[in-house]
Design a protein around this ligand. Structure first.
Ligand SMILES: *[C@@H]1O[C@H](CO)[C@@H](O)[C@H](O)[C@H]1NC(C)=O
Ligand SMILES: *[C@@H]1O[C@H](CO)[C@@H](O)[C@H](O)[C@H]1NC(C)=O
Ligand SMILES: *[C@@H]1O[C@H](CO)[C@@H](O)[C@H](O)[C@H]1NC(C)=O
Length: 298
């Protein structure tokens, strides 16, 4: 008596019993009518997300009803991972399609090492309970995607913004984005898409100096409380004014850096004006262009 009660109250046994009954209900159904189209292996990077496309068929004589429910679970696990009737795209795992439309696609956010497993789809309809036979296997790898860095023209003395884009188009927990190598102001933001996914960005605003040219700046993106970290380092190209020196040698003008055209020209106001005008056009965005005119007698 006690033994029977244990069986009846143990959720694992009662589930097995229900499955047995429902399978008998669908007796006469042919397995080849139940086909699931899902990749057998799917790879995801730790911290990012994964979309597993999936569709399934049922026998033509018993189409999927509007109230049909889909489950994803791990084989031999007692608890479901996902139930279509309790679906919500704000959850870590959710359905991206509708079960009555025979869409069993799923999305997993904040992918963790422990998600590496096989997954099985179960269809529950008033007259059917079917566990589909192809089980996609999720492989979780280290995070290898790097953030992308976008830098515009950097000019010494002018405030500039460099943007970092986190890898992944996900709907999970926002990553921590930080900048290393320079002092500046960081502003993190996201670009949401209507399909509940987002791309995360960070803007780094600073005023580069001449000394920042060829120095490095790193954007670091950390997921799952720094369990999974990726970074990208760039070296900065900062434009700064050249030292323009106009000197007189044997009554002729030379300039450094050299100007195009005749390498040197007679030392007179017009030629000096031409050189200054040339540098002014080329470096018009640059502050603090300094000309020195040495040894020029008129
Ligand atoms: C199931 O269907 C396949 C293909 O339609 C057929 O070859 C097979 O004999 C069927 N099996 C049963 C038990 O009806
Ligand atoms: C981030 O920087 C880019 C480039 O300067 C700018 O276009 C964008 O408006 C900035 N976004 C925010 C939220 O500050
Ligand atoms: C969501 O929308 C974005 C932008 O259109 C797209 O790149 C991404 O693949 C979509 N994700 C899914 C799961 O459909």
């Amino acid at each position: 008596m006690l033994g029977l009660r244990m069986i009846l109250y143990n959720p694992r046994y009662s589930l097995a019993l229900t499955i047995l009954i429902l399978q008998l209900w669908g007796f006469g159904c042919n397995d080849s009518d139940y086909v699931i189209d899902v990749p057998s292996y799917v790879t995801a990077q730790e911290g990012l997300c994964v979309h597993i496309p999936c569709s399934f068929t049922v026998p033509t004589h018993s189409p999927v009803s509007q109230t049909a429910e889909g489950h994803w679970y791990r084989p031999r696990a007692v608890q479901n991972l996902m139930t279509s009737s309790k679906d919500d795209p704000r959850k870590r795992m959710f359905f991206t399609g509708k079960i009555p439309e025979r869409d069993c696609s799923l999305f997993i956010n904040d992918v963790q090492k422990s998600d590496q497993n096989s997954y099985q789809f179960r269809l529950i309809d008033p007259k059917t309970l079917y566990n589909y036979k192809t089980l996609p296997f999720l492989i979780v790898t280290e995070l290898t995607d790097r953030p992308e860095i976008f830098q515009g023209k950097l000019i010494a003395g002018k405030q500039s913004t460099i943007t970092c884009r986190s890898p992944g188009i996900c709907a999970g927990t926002p990553p921590d984005i930080t900048w290393n190598g320079k002092y500046g102001e960081t502003k993190n933001f996201l670009h949401p898409y209507p399909n509940y996914t987002s791309v995360y960005y960070s803007n780094f605003t600073f005023t580069p100096s001449r000394d920042d040219d060829q120095s490095s700046l790193t954007c670091e993106v950390a997921f799952l409380q720094y369990t999974s970290v990726t970074k990208h380092m760039v070296s900065l190209n900062v434009e700064y004014p050249p030292d323009v020196i106009i000197t007189l040698g044997e009554s002729r003008i030379k300039s450094f850096p050299p100007q195009p055209g005749p390498p040197d020209s007679p030392c007179n106001f017009l030629n000096i004006f031409k050189i200054i005008f040339y540098y002014f056009i080329v470096y018009r965005d640059v502050l603090g262009l300094v000309f020195s005119v040495i040894n020029c007698t008129f």
